[in-house]
Design a protein around this ligand. Sequence first.
Ligand SMILES: *Cc1c(COP(=O)(O)O)cnc(C)c1O
Length: 355
Amino acid sequence: MPRPIKATIDLGALQHNLHQVRRHAGSSAVLAVIKADAYGHGALRVAHALAAADGFALLELDAAARLRESGYKQRIVLLEGVFEVADLHVADNLGLALVIHNHQQLRLLDFARTGTQFDVFLKINTGMNRLGFTPHAAGRVLDQLKAHRAVRQLVLMAHFASADEARGVAWQMKVFNDVAAGRNLPISLANSAALLRYPETCGDWVRPGIVLYGCSPFADVSADQLGLKPVMTLTSEIIAVQELAAGARIGYGGVFEAEHAMRVGIVACGYADGYPRHAPTGTPTLVGGRRTRTLGRVAMDMLCVDLSGFPEVSVGTPVTLWGQGLSADEVAFCAGTVSYELLCALSPRVPVREI
Ligand SMILES: *Cc1c(COP(=O)(O)O)cnc(C)c1O
């Protein structure tokens, strides 16, 4: 029998979440963001379930190649563009749309083969200050791209820094609108948070990621409240039960000490499976469908859970680490991170099952 840990990917939930996205996006086209192996869910699997999306966005050329090999004809956007001439030719062969965010990438376009044309997403830095041309430089770059032999469609793009927070998007929208004014170009701005909270950002192409996977982009609103369904559920089983005497410690460093005699379950799941090592004592888990908490340090292959008041639990009892019944958002919050990181960290050693 294999080790009992597995990730279950709910394809129906993916489709449900796409439907929710469409409700918010109105007539905007949907670029499903499937970078990082679709946030750990498997890019091809997710593309298959989301074949009704208008396009896909990712950063990895090899994943884009696999999508094309599998017959996907939709627009595929490379979110960080290309890094060298060789990649430009690969992108050409695959028919990919390119983000262009700096002058080096602009110059790379000059190496495009004769007759080749790319759809280009020109990225404007509206205040996030990671990628993109300054509003000051944007006008000239736009003129250059419009006249460039290797450019077919031009889309204006920006990314929000605080769409999930009180700071909002208005300050970035103002910068963007000044650049876009009078240009009459298609635009792409909204990530998940902006899509849900600021419909005025939806434009021509929305770029949802995390909501498709059924997690909330907001700290103060749950995925459930947003009508989203979790896609990945990480489950395992109790593989040992220990009876601790008062004063006994458990796991590496002995960081958890039993105040009184208690039962503890050992779960076959650790940081090598993708569970966050920094999740402290008290992080929620479901054992046999009931909520309890982790104890002590998460190890490479195992973690410990409190079985006080769980007399029925024994070796083989199922455990849910996150997903159905326990949101990844909540577990991530306890571990001081966000659901994105948990989902992306799912280890290749964990078998995946689709439902
Ligand atoms: C990752 C990414 C997104 C999706 O963000 P979510 O918060 O997951 O919706 C959108 N746009 C760009 C440029 C990205 O890199």
